[in-house]
Design a protein. Structure first.
Length: 485
């Protein structure tokens, strides 16, 4: 490992990643998922170095120098410095609720933390010692972590300052905005699959072996052999499996929802000292990197073991998580073909369910909007509704300089035709059996009113799909049930 990488690792800002779980609340469902952002970052840096060095050896005409290699390795090492407690739970659930309207993502914090790391540890002399040009190369590293939005220039102007267009392929190694094929995914696919016990069918070694840079429309892109197209479909299929089976597991989601609720209740009462003695909350610590350095998963234990009266509500929620006294999942459904629930409509979904009270409901059960949680999950192959392979270019062994496109139809008729779907899960915060049964009926009626798909719903201790809504044959809920197989 390069000495400069070691200097970066041996800082409080980087060591902080030891205390942030890679998969957040998934550790409460998958006992093997105990790995942290620290080791993932080391892996991304290693793979970034391997890929760029392979390109350097294979194509000397690209003029990849040691500065390029070191900058790419540093970007891989530091790309996740900005993650908050429980990783994506923080930026995906907590911040949008704690600070509505704030356009913030962890990549922005990664850049700010990287700057703070350099300044507070006086690393600029070391960077110069190892041949980096401070202004140019620091900018290049930050652009790899969070690239400029190319849409602003309409794609006509080169939006980067760190490297010229002749080295545009370097921006596709750590975080590939063009096709989504990058070393960040390679590491977390391998690492997460290993810890979760899920099969990883993608072989990144073959991609490194066949990677070449070709010119495509005046830009230099990383391409691979035409015979590797199946391997890339396996990569995106693995991504989909990880999201479906682990990252968006219904119990993982409800645990992260409950932890988020606890953090929201604790937020006004948590004090984190930042620069100049200024005090921040959980939700505002991201404004000051000295305070943010102190914000890790350990905030969970700080709340759990506190004895302050003002933290009692948050403490009780976390105690429920530890006792596995969780909100109940009533079931899941999907919007009709071609439709989706918009983000601006999320807030009103719980009220919609309450307004879908079945006519046969007894009056002794009263449900309110705050008794429900609606979780809207967008599942895709990484590029919304688009096929990510359409953005990849290949070459054949008869002409290794010519980049070609391979359509789905040329590969197999068994490949997916659609690459995105939306899943809607509904949870109830109440525990009483009668209330759960009533809430399930509300949910099914809501699905009918919205013309959503017939949901898988909770029926006693099993999941079923509703049959005739008017029938009273099922003793648990007011429709026939067909046992899920």
């Amino acid at each position: 490992m390069h000495p400069l990488l070691v200097r970066i690792i041996d800082t409080p800002q980087f060591q902080r990643l030891r205390y942030i779980k890679q998969l957040g609340g998934a550790y409460y469902v998958f006992p093997g998922a105990s790995h942290n952002r620290f080791e993932h970052s080391l892996g991304v840096s290693h793979l970034a170095g391997r890929l760029v060095q392979a390109l350097q050896e294979r194509q000397p005409e690209l003029n990849i120098d040691q500065r390029d290699i070191l900058c790419v390795q540093i970007a891989g090492l530091c790309h996740d410095l900005g993650h908050g407690p429980f990783s994506h739970m923080f930026d995906g659930r907590f911040i949008p609720l704690a600070r509505p309207g704030l356009e913030w993502k962890h990549e922005q914090a990664s850049i700010q933390m990287f700057e703070h790391l350099i300044d507070s540890n006086n690393l600029k002399p070391a960077m110069e010692k190892y041949g980096l040009k401070l202004d140019e190369d620091i900018h290049f590293i930050k652009e790899q972590i969070d690239s400029p939005v190319q849409e602003k220039s309409g794609g006509k102007e080169w939006p980067y300052r760190g490297r010229f267009k002749n080295k545009s392929f370097l921006y596709e190694i750590v975080a590939n905005k063009t096709s989504g094929i990058d070393v960040d995914k390679w590491d977390y696919f391998a690492r997460d699959c290993y810890h979760l016990g899920i099969q990883n069918n993608f072989d990144y070694e073959r991609f490194i072996k066949f990677a070449r840079v070709c010119e495509v429309k005046d830009m230099m892109h990383i391409c691979t052999r035409d015979k590797e197209v199946g391997n890339l479909y396996d990569m995106f299929h693995t991504r989909n499996c990880l999201y479906r089976r682990a990252y968006q597991h219904k119990v993982v989601n409800v645990i992260e929802t409950m932890i988020t609720d606890a953090f929201l209740k604790a937020d006004p009462h948590i004090k984190i000292k930042g620069s100049g003695g200024k005090v921040f909350q959980i939700s505002t610590a991201l404004e000051d990197m000295e305070a943010y350095t102190k914000l890790t998963d350990e905030i969970f234990l700080k709340i759990l073991h506190s004895d302050e009266p003002e933290l009692s509500d948050a403490r009780e929620i976390l105690c429920k998580v530890q006792r596995r006294d969780l909100f109940k999942c009533l079931g899941e459904t999907q919007p009709p073909e071609g439709e989706e629930v918009k983000k601006e409509d999320y807030e009103g979904l719980c009220a919609e369910i309450v307004n879908s009270k079945p006519m046969t409901m007894s009056e002794d059960v009263e449900l309110k909007a705050e008794d429900f949680i609606v979780d809207v999950i967008d599942m895709d192959y990484g590029m919304k509704k688009r096929n990510p392979i359409n953005s990849v270019r290949f070459y054949c062994k008869y002409d290794i300089t010519q980049a070609i496109k391979i359509t789905r139809e040329q590969v197999s008729k068994l490949l997916p035709e659609k690459f995105a779907e939306q899943i809607i899960r509904v949870y109830c915060k109440k525990k009483d059996t009668k209330i759960i049964e009533a809430a399930t009926k509300y949910f099914v009626k809501w699905c009918m009113d919205k013309q959503f798909t017939k949901p898988w719903v909770r029926c006693s201790n099993r999941y079923v799909r509703p049959g005739n809504i008017l029938s009273l044959k099922c003793t648990h809920i007011y429709y026939n049930c067909q046992e899920r197989r």
